[in-house]
Design a protein around this ligand. Structure first.
Ligand SMILES: Nc1ncnc2c1ncn2[C@@H]1O[C@H](COP(=O)(O)OP(=O)(O)OP(=O)(O)O)[C@@H](O)[C@H]1O
Ligand SMILES: [Zn+2]
Length: 466
C-alpha cells in the first residue's frame, strides 16, 4: 500500500517516493517567537507529527527540522514595548512554544535551528543569488529579482504582475514584485555584517538557508500552514531553485484553526492561548481535538466541540481501563489494514479514527460475550492506532507531563466499590428469587448511566456509551 500525499505544488495526490531509500526528510516552518502560542499555532505541529509518526512506523528514518524565527519586526517591536532585550523576548517565547508542543505530545524535532544562528549560510545563499543574476543589492538592502525566475507563482497560482509581497515598500526595489532578502540595519536594531553592509535577514531567506543546511539541496517534504503558501513558500522556492537547489519535492499545507470564521491570529485578536485552553481540558484531550479533523480542512473552534472531543477521548480511556480491569495489561499492538489505508490516503485521520471506534465496538462485543482474549488483542490494536495519532492513553508521556488520568483514579475506585456492592445486593436478590428487587437495582444503576451485563464470568458494569 502506497502513501499518497496531496502536493500543493502540483495540486494532485501523489504517490510518496522518498529521495533516499528508507529515509524521509521533512522541513516544517516553525513559529515566529513573539508571544504565547495559540491553538492555531500548534495545529501544524500536531498534524505533521502524525505524518512523521506514520512514516516512522513504516520503517523510515525520519529527519524532521522545525525552525525558530527569532529575529523579526514583531519580536523587536514587542520587546521594545515591554522594555526587554529582543533576544530575551525571543528565548522566552521559544520556550513557551516548546512547552506547548511537549505538553501535546508532539515529538521533538531532529533539530530546531534558530534564524540568528544561520546568518553565514544566509549570506552565502545571497552571494550565490547575486552571482547568478537573481538578486541585487541596493541602498544596503538586497532584493530578489522575481522576474528573473520565470516559474515564479507556480506554487500559489499568483501572476507576477499582480504580486504584492505584503512587506514594506523597500525604497530601492526595482520592481514592486521583488522581495527582500536582506534588510539594511536601522539604528538601535540588531544587525550582522555582510558584504552589502550591516543588516538582518528577511524571513523567507531564513527557511531556504536552514532547510539546505540540515536537509541538503533536495529534500522530501516541506510543510506549513496554508497561510504560508504565498508569499513565504513561493519565495522560498524562488530563492532556493534560483540558487540551483531542487528544494522540496512535496508541499503539504494544513488548514487553519478559525474562530468566528477567521484564521485564529494574534493580529485579529481572536486567539485562545494553550495555557488558557489547558485549564479547561487535559493536553491529550486538546491534542485529540486538534488532530481529529483532516489536516487540510479548516477547524472552526467551539467550546462545545472541544468538550465533545474531550468526552469522546475520555470514553476511549475508560474503554482501555475496562479491558485492563477484565483481562489485565494491554500491550501496544499493531494497526488494522483499514487504519493503514486511511492514513495512506493523504493522512486521512477522520477515517482512521472511525476505524479506531469500530475496533472499540468490536472489543466491547467480545467483552460482552466473555471473550477476554479477543477483547485484549483488539484493545492492543486500538492502542497501536492511537499511538500513531499521538494519543495512546497509556503512553508514559501523559504521566511525564502530569496529565495522566491518575487525578480521577480515586473517584473511579470509589465508583467501582459502590457499583460492586450494588451488584452483590442484586446477586443476593436473584439467589433469593426476589426478581423485583434485582430489577430495581439494575434500573436504579441504569438511571445513573451504569449498565450491567451478565457475562460468562459473572456480571460486569460499564458507563453508558463507553
Ligand atoms: N490559526 C491557525 N491555524 C493553523 N495554523 C496556524 C494558525 N496560525 C498560525 N499557524 C501556523 O503556525 C505556524 C507558525 O506561525 P507564525 O509564528 O508565523 O504565526 P502567524 O501566522 O504569524 O500567527 P499570528 O497571525 O497569530 O501571529 C505556521 O506554520 C502558521 O501557518
Ligand atoms: Zn518557512
Amino acid at each position: 500500500m502506497t502513501l499518497r500525499l496531496y502536493d500543493t505544488e502540483t495540486r494532485t495526490l501523489r504517490d510518496f517516493v522518498s529521495l533516499v531509500d528508507g529515509q524521509v526528510s521533512i522541513y516544517l516552518c516553525g513559529a515566529t517567537v513573539q508571544s504565547e502560542p495559540h491553538i492555531g499555532h500548534v495545529r501544524s505541529g500536531v498534524a505533521f507529527d502524525v505524518l512523521r509518526r506514520w512514516l516512522a512506523a513504516q520503517g523510515f528514518d525520519v529527519l524532521f527540522v522545525r525552525n525558530v524565527t527569532d529575529i523579526d519586526d514583531k519580536i523587536l517591536t514587542k520587546a521594545a514595548e515591554a522594555g526587554r532585550p529582543w533576544w530575551e523576548w525571543a528565548a522566552r517565547f521559544e520556550r513557551a512554544f516548546d512547552r506547548a508542543y511537549d505538553k501535546l505530545g508532539v515529538l521533538p524535532p531532529s533539530v530546531s535551528p534558530r534564524a540568528t544562528g544561520h546568518i553565514t549560510q544566509m549570506v552565502e545563499l545571497i552571494e550565490t543569488l547575486i552571482e547568478r543574476g537573481h538578486a541585487y543589492a541596493a541602498g544596503g538592502d538586497v532584493y530578489f529579482d522575481v522576474r528573473s525566475f520565470p516559474n515564479y507563482g507556480a506554487l500559489s497560482g499568483h501572476k507576477i504582475d499582480d504580486v504584492h509581497q505584503g512587506e514594506g515598500a523597500g525604497h530601492f526595489k526595482r520592481d514592486q514584485s521583488d522581495f527582500t532578502l536582506w534588510k539594511a540595519a536601522k539604528p538601535g536594531e540588531p544587525s550582522w555584517p555582510t558584504p552589502w553592509g550591516d543588516g538582518r535577514p528577511g524571513w523567507h531567506l531564513e527557511c531556504s538557508a536552514m532547510a539546505a543546511t540540515y536537509l541538503g539541496s533536495d529534500f522530501d517534504i516541506h510543510c506549513g500552514g496554508m497561510d504560508l503558501v504565498f508569499p513565504h513558500h513561493e519565495n522560498e522556492i524562488a530563492q532556493s531553485r534560483a540558487a540551483g537547489c531542487g528544494f522540496a519535492h512535496y508541499w503539504l499545507h494544513n488548514g487553519w484553526v478559525t474562530l468566528g470564521g477567521e484564521k485564529m491570529s494574534k493580529s485579529l485578536g481572536n486567539i485562545l492561548s494553550i495555557p488558557a485552553v489547558l485549564e479547561r481540558v487535559r493536553p491529550q484531550e486538546l491534542r485529540y481535538y486538534l488532530g481529529s479533523a483532516h489536516y487540510r480542512s479548516m477547524l472552526e473552534y467551539s467550546e462545545h466541540a472541544l468538550q465533545e472531543a474531550a468526552a469522546t477521548y475520555r470514553r476511549i480511556e475508560a474503554f482501555i481501563a475496562r479491558v485492563e480491569r477484565r483481562v489485565g495489561a494491554i500491550p501496544r499492538g499493531n494497526w488494522t489494514d483499514a487504519f493503514a489505508a486511511a492514513l495512506n490516503d493523504d493522512v486521512g485521520v477522520p477515517a482512521a479514527l472511525a476505524e479506531v471506534h469500530h475496533t472499540i465496538t468490536e472489543a466491547n462485543t467480545a467483552l460482552e460475550r466473555g471473550d477476554g482474549e479477543r477483547a485484549r488483542s483488539l484493545a492492543a490494536q486500538v492502542r497501536g492506532m492511537l499511538a500513531i495519532l499521538g494519543v495512546d492513553p497509556l503512553d508514559e508521556h501523559w504521566h511525564e507531563v502530569g496529565a495522566d488520568s491518575s487525578a480521577s483514579e480515586p473517584a473511579i475506585a470509589a465508583l467501582e466499590g459502590l457499583v460492586r456492592s450494588e451488584m452483590q445486593l442484586r446477586q443476593q436478590a436473584r439467589q433469593d428469587r426476589d426478581w423485583a428487587k434485582a430489577d430495581a437495582i439494575r434500573d436504579k444503576l441504569a438511571a445513573l448511566g451504569i449498565d450491567l451485563t451478565d457475562t460468562a464470568d459473572g456480571p460486569e458494569w460499564s458507563l453508558r456509551n463507553q
